[in-house]
Ligand binder design. Structure first.
Ligand code: SF4
Length: 248
């Protein structure tokens, strides 16, 4: 039976209470409160293991969105297949809206370098905005220790259209993720041992050096740290301003 919507005060109180809860307790609550109007998202890398494993034990039928940007490492696509079989979870691939295809055919190669915000909007943000339409809640695997922006996130956050974003792993650290994967004997992404600690699209990801932050290999040297799924960009309908000059 669908439960009545929560008030803002109830959401704030629950979010504060969840600071002391385990990820499993938070996911269990979300499933009980919102299923079947609930989904999760994952980028299918080593850091995704706790969330995917918990979903597999709590509700393997829960849809897990994977953004197929067309730029993934082949290792990520194989790992996605491996985890789907291993965990028996329910993955839904998301793609850019077909209306962008003429634009992407013309400007696609320039976009990644010249306007990564627009590229991320077309390939990640907008497909996710469409996928969550009609849902009441979305579970994400972000953690406070990942980026400056994420330090300020809350466990429950109200998103566009009243969608509730649930961040059950927010308080975990990369050591917690490592320990969890080790305790449960979970397989790492094939590029992990080659120094890739945070893995996104191939043109925007490099291996990190010893002592560097896990996300230092994302959009390296380009002043970008987030794709937009977990920033203000997700709340906007229009693409960001265009900064691109097409090559001949
Ligand atoms: S991470 Fe890079 S290639 Fe992937 S969508 Fe964003 S800008 Fe484009």
């Amino acid at each position: 039976m669908t439960k009545p919507p929560l008030t803002v005060a109830e959401i704030e109180k629950l979010s504060d209470d969840f600071e002391a809860a385990t990820p499993a307790e938070i996911i269990n609550w979300a499933v009980g409160q919102f299923s079947p109007h609930l989904a999760a998202s994952s980028s299918f890398q080593t850091q995704s293991l706790p969330l995917l494993h918990l979903i597999s034990t709590i509700d393997p039928g829960l849809p897990v969105f994977f953004l197929d940007t067309g730029f993934h490492f082949w290792e990520t696509l194989i790992y996605r297949e491996q985890l789907q079989r291993y965990f028996r979870i329910t993955i839904q691939d998301l793609y850019p809206d077909p209306s962008w295809q003429p634009f992407l055919r013309r400007y696609g190669p320039d976009l990644v370098e010249q306007d990564p915000d627009l590229c991320c909007f077309i390939r990640k943000v907008q497909p996710m905005q469409k996928a969550v339409k009609g849902l009441r809640a979305w579970i994400s695997g972000i953690r406070r220790d990942q980026t400056e922006n994420r330090k300020h996130a809350k466990i429950l956050e109200v998103e566009r259209g009243g969608l509730l974003k649930v961040n059950p792993l927010l308080n975990w650290t990369r050591e917690d993720v490592r320990n969890y994967a080790s305790q449960h004997n979970l397989p790492a992404h094939p590029l992990y041992e080659k120094g890739y600690r945070s893995i996104g699209c191939k043109p925007c990801t490099v291996a990190i050096n010893l002592g560097e932050d896990d996300r230092a290999g994302r959009w390296k040297g380009r002043g970008k740290t987030e794709c937009g799924l977990h920033t203000e960009m997700f709340r906007q309908d229009a693409p960001p301003p265009v900064h691109i000059a097409a090559s001949n």
